[in-house]
Design a protein around this ligand. Structure first.
Ligand code: TYC
Length: 128
């Protein structure tokens, strides 16, 4: 699955051709009736993934963090509460893993929401 490759294959094997006059020419003088088909293989590479993390602080209310995790990371109330408590007790915790642009959007959404409610909650992303 790695690397790039292309294959070139003639339409049919070079062989004796029949000319316009009807004479056979050995060696395959088949300029007028052959074609080259070039197929470029489609190669896909898996995108890099990024963890979105919440950081603990002393001021953001626990209920607000639970709401953030429910709203922006689509977690159940129970899962959101567990994630919030993990961050509260360990200083940092993962809310989800996303491609770069999705992770960046989550971070922006959380930071904007926290700022709007005047909480110092911090959200960051890190490459896996
Ligand atoms: N430590 C906060 C408190 O005691 C709660 C909290 C949890 C804050 C998680 C931020 O990412 C956070 N109110």
């Amino acid at each position: 699955m790695q690397g790039t490759a292309s294959s070139t294959r003639s339409l049919r094997p070079a062989r004796t051709a029949i000319t316009a006059s009807g004479s056979r020419t050995p060696g395959g003088d088949d300029r007028s009736n052959t074609a080259i088909i070039t197929r470029t293989k489609t190669r896909t590479k898996r995108p890099s993934l990024y963890r979105v993390l919440l950081l603990n602080d002393d001021y953001t209310p626990m209920e607000f963090v639970v709401l953030v995790v429910e709203r922006f990371f689509n977690k159940s109330h129970e899962d959101a509460y567990q994630i919030m408590m993990h961050v509260h007790q360990n200083g940092v915790g993962e809310c989800g893993v996303f491609t770069y642009e999705v992770a960046e959007t989550k971070v922006t959404q959380v930071m904007d929401f926290a700022r709007k409610h005047q909480h110092p909650l911090q959200c960051v992303m890190e490459k896996k």
